[in-house]
Design a protein around this ligand. Structure first.
Ligand SMILES: Nc1ncnc2c1ncn2[C@@H]1O[C@H](COP(=O)(O)OP(=O)(O)OP(=O)(O)O)[C@@H](O)[C@H]1O
Length: 468
């Protein structure tokens, strides 16, 4: 519970007055920009230093945080912020700085930096040991993605080029939801983007970008939750791990910076622990961070008590406190965020307008596959010897407003190959004319689909009419 005047101000009703706040070292300004705030909230760093999940704000520059964004600005040194616009916010100060979870997050970063320096030193002597491979896991809303983002930003600030990967299909990393993906982060991240540099706005597009773009490798699960198709999630996790090994082999700077892996929220279900264990083994993780769950820490310590990485390293399992500032996001918020990501993928955002190409294609020109309907005797949360096979999809009006994945495969490839192929991009079905047997599609690029197969998953669910 927070006591005004003793550390944390109680959240205020939506505040719209222009105001100036001062934060002492390790203080946080926590904010939630409501949907009603069309102009968002504007923030200017007047003095000191401040950052959002590790990405620094420039002095005197005005930043806009758009509506339905929940986050915080943090300061190591103390700062003054000028704020205008509507948002719900609160200030958290730490009279005893050791009480801030950022102390342990910062210490973790410095330990990881030591391992990166060791890997660098070894590389100079022609050794090939990678830098730290750290996995962040924990219960829902424990701050996993925020910590992964902070560790990434802090590493890039020290000229590192870590690989960052996401195994949570509920939210995409540099991609739409429903995917597992990874990319090298070697430069500035976008402080204003709702996803803080992890969103689709930081990927290549047909428009100019304020920050250098990242090139992700993406696999398509087409489901919201891991348990909706555990078998495929495990197969794609293995594929992603293999892509990361290949990147480590060819790029010394990336290898020395290591990996930061974000994971789906878990309770303590045995299948979830097995999934985390699979990720640890596949990605050769040597540092596992559990956020706010001593039980998860104990369970993973038990699983890995006798195990080392393939390189013979100890697998360190540590628990860090979760911040009491982590904000809950209800299903409406999550849906709005997904829809905003889809819209941004095709149309850009306030800073960068994109013009997707609208194409009319005949039903006979496209090969669309769909995930099979869940049959009564199929339990998607169980590993099965007979994985679900893609089926050719019948094109009907039901497909309108869905986003389909364009697979980096040939339409003549076996369904199993198509299903596990990397994703080239997405198209949205704007309209289906069953009488004329034609589809109207939106594509971020003007080129035709050629013989690329499309996959119609279950996630993200259909968006409102993008052309409406
Ligand atoms: N200290 C904080 N103050 C204010 N907001 C915060 C703080 N830490 C995290 N948040 C916000 O809380 C929300 C949830 O955090 P985050 O996404 O990191 O949790 P998560 O564990 O990854 O969630 P999920 O289980 O849904 O994947 C995000 O909007 C994030 O920006």
């Amino acid at each position: 519970m927070s006591i005004p005047g003793l550390g944390q101000l109680a959240p205020q009703a939506t505040a719209s007055t222009n105001r100036t706040i001062s934060l002492t070292p390790f203080g946080e300004w926590r904010f939630d920009v409501p949907r009603s705030s069309t102009a968002g909230v504007k923030v200017r760093l007047v003095s000191g230093t401040a950052e959002r999940d590790g990405v620094e704000l420039a002095l005197s520059q005005t930043y806009t945080f758009v509506h339905t964004m929940k986050s915080k600005l943090f300061t190591w040194t103390g700062c003054t912020l000028e704020i205008s616009g509507d948002c719900n916010d609160s200030v958290k100060q730490y009279p005893v700085v050791e009480d801030s979870p950022m102390v342990s997050y910062g210490n973790l970063h410095f330990e990881l930096q030591k391992l990166r320096t060791e890997a660098d030193t070894l590389a100079a002597r022609s050794g090939r040991r990678p830098g730290p491979r750290v996995m962040v896991c924990g219960p829902p809303s424990s701050g996993k993605t925020s910590l992964a983002r902070t560790l990434t930003a802090l590493a890039t600030r020290m000229h590192g080029q870590p690989l960052v990967a996401n195994l949570d299909p509920g939210e995409g990393l540099l991609s739409l939801p429903g995917t597992l993906s990874a990319a090298v982060f070697g430069n500035l991240m976008d402080v204003e983007e709702p996803a803080g540099g992890f969103g689709v706005g930081s990927t290549p597009s047909s428009g100019p970008s304020a920050v250098p773009v990242k090139l992700p490798i993406v696999y398509y699960l087409g489901r919201e939750k891991v348990n909706d198709d555990v078998q495929l999630w495990r197969d794609l996790t293995r594929k992603l791990a293999s892509s990361i090994r290949a990147k480590f082999n060819e790029d010394e700077a990336v290898r020395c910076s290591g990996l930061i892996l974000d994971t789906p929220a878990v309770s303590l279900e045995p299948v979830e622990i097995e999934n985390l264990a699979l990720a640890v083994r596949e990605f050769a993780i040597n540092v596992v961070v559990t956020l706010g769950s001593p039980k998860l820490e104990l369970e993973l310590q038990r699983v890995f008590a006798q195990e080392t990485t393939p390189l013979g390293e100890v697998i360190s399992i540590l628990m860090l406190e979760q911040s009491d500032g982590v904000q809950q996001r209800d299903k409406h918020f999550a849906q709005f965020t997904r829809e905003a990501a889809i819209k941004e993928y095709f149309f850009g955002d306030a800073k960068r307008t994109l013009s997707p190409s609208t194409q009319s294609v005949s039903f006979d020109e496209v090969a669309i596959f769909k995930l099979p309907d869940d049959s009564e005797d199929y339990d998607p949360s169980q590993i099965s010897d007979t994985p679900q096979i893609l089926e050719p999809a019948e094109i009907t009006a039901e497909m309108s407003h869905w986003t389909l994945a364009v697979m980096n495969a040939s339409v003549n490839d076996p369904p199993e190959t198509i299903r596990k192929a990397p994703v080239m991009g997405f198209i949205a079905v704007a309209d289906v004319d069953e009488d004329r047997r034609r589809l109207k599609i939106l594509s971020p690029v003007t080129s035709r689909l050629g013989n690329r197969p499309l996959v119609w998953g279950r996630w993200p669910e259909p968006y409102i009419n993008l052309l409406g």
